[in-house]
Every structure is written in structure tokens, then in C-alpha cells.
Design a protein around this ligand. Sequence first.
Ligand code: ZN
Ligand code: FE
Length: 244
Amino acid sequence: MTDLEIVRVAALTDNYIWLIHDPVADETVVVDPGEATPALAEATRRGWTIGQVWNTHWHDDHTGGNAEVKAATDAIISGPAAEAAKIPTLDVKLAEGDSVRIGSHVAQVIAAPGHTAGHILFHLAGDAVLLAGDTLFAMGCGRLFEGTPEQMFANMQHLATLPDETQVFCAHEYTQSNGRYALVAEPDNSDIVARMRDVDALRAAGEATVPTTIALERATNPFLRAADVQQLAKRRAEKDSFRG
Ligand code: ZN
Ligand code: FE
């Protein structure tokens, strides 16, 4: 278990911004601030001072608040080197093998092209925490705007090797829609049926369904569970046009 405090901040239509706080070092990171106001308000409410922004990819719903967070806090903004031209607010350019820190906690940067060409993930292995951006969702994966099924399959294969207990912090509340498709993709998977009962109850109560875990995704995520590139490609194409 991690001693980091990780707080979900709802933003825009269905985005989640994550605030990560290390109480020992008294440091705070904001992950993918698609807008600044709710993230700044939550940090202020908790008495936390934002010192860093970590971006997973260039899309505006993940970086739109960068400039305003920087103006308010003077935070250092780190994100994908490969997308630096599209993230003009970037201070630190990251690629596979790099790492960033919050206090004494280390986040390894994992390249995960597919949703965008330069998408990165932040993996705090010592904390069993994965900041998954728009690559791995609860029962889903990111749409392939700039990459290939081969790339996303490789991402899924790699993430499936992370420890069971790894908590996965996704950037959107897409679980119910993903789950409706998962029931179609794997009609005989009783773990998906059981999970959807929980998800439907949470959503009916207006509650969030993330973070998730690698163990739960290994059991119920039709993209993480895809047997080969062809199956992932087929499922991604079906989900793109799925109206469940
Ligand atoms: Zn995106
Ligand atoms: Fe997004």
C-alpha cells in the first residue's frame, strides 16, 4: 500500500484529474488538468500546494488547464517529449525510461503510443500506482486516434504483466459504456456480469467507478484480455461504433 494520498477531481464532461499528495514531503502533483479551476480549488481546500503537473498526452481535456495551474502555482510541467510541439506549456520532456518524483516516490515513464503517438504512462511501482491517462480504462482502452492496433496490443500485453494489486487511475469515467460493450465481446464472462452489477449501482448513485486494479482488468477488460492483435483490432473497431 502506498502512503500517497490520491484524490479524484471531476472535470469537464467525464474527465478525472488526479491530485497526488505526499504527506511526508508535503508535495502535490496534479495529473492531466484538463481545466484548472476544480484542481486548484481541491488543492486549496486540502491545504496542498501544487508543485508539479504531469501530462500523459497532448489532448486539450488533459492539458487545457496547464497554463492556469502554472500561473497560479508556478508548478513544473512534465509530459511527453514526443508531443512537446503540441504542449507549449511543457517544462520537462519525458520519454520511456525517464522518471519523475514526488517526494521520495519514483514514477517511471512508460511509452504507450496508440491513443496518441506520444502518449506516456506514469508507473509508481513502489506504490503499485499506474496513471493510465487515455490508454487503459476500466473495461476499455483508448481510441486509436494516432496509433495502430499493434501498438495498443503491445501496451495491453505490457500492462497485463503489472502486479495484481496495482491501482489504475484512468482519466475518464467510461466504465459503464465500456462494460456494456464488454458484455457483448465476452458474453460468457461471469466476472464482467458481476462487475457490471456493481458499476450500474455506483453510477445510479452518482458515484465514480475508478480507480480500478490490474487484477480486475485482467478478469474483465476485453482489450487487456485480447488474445492477439487481430482480436484487439476487431474489438476496438466494434467499440468505436457500439451503441449499447
Ligand atoms: Zn485523449
Ligand atoms: Fe481524454
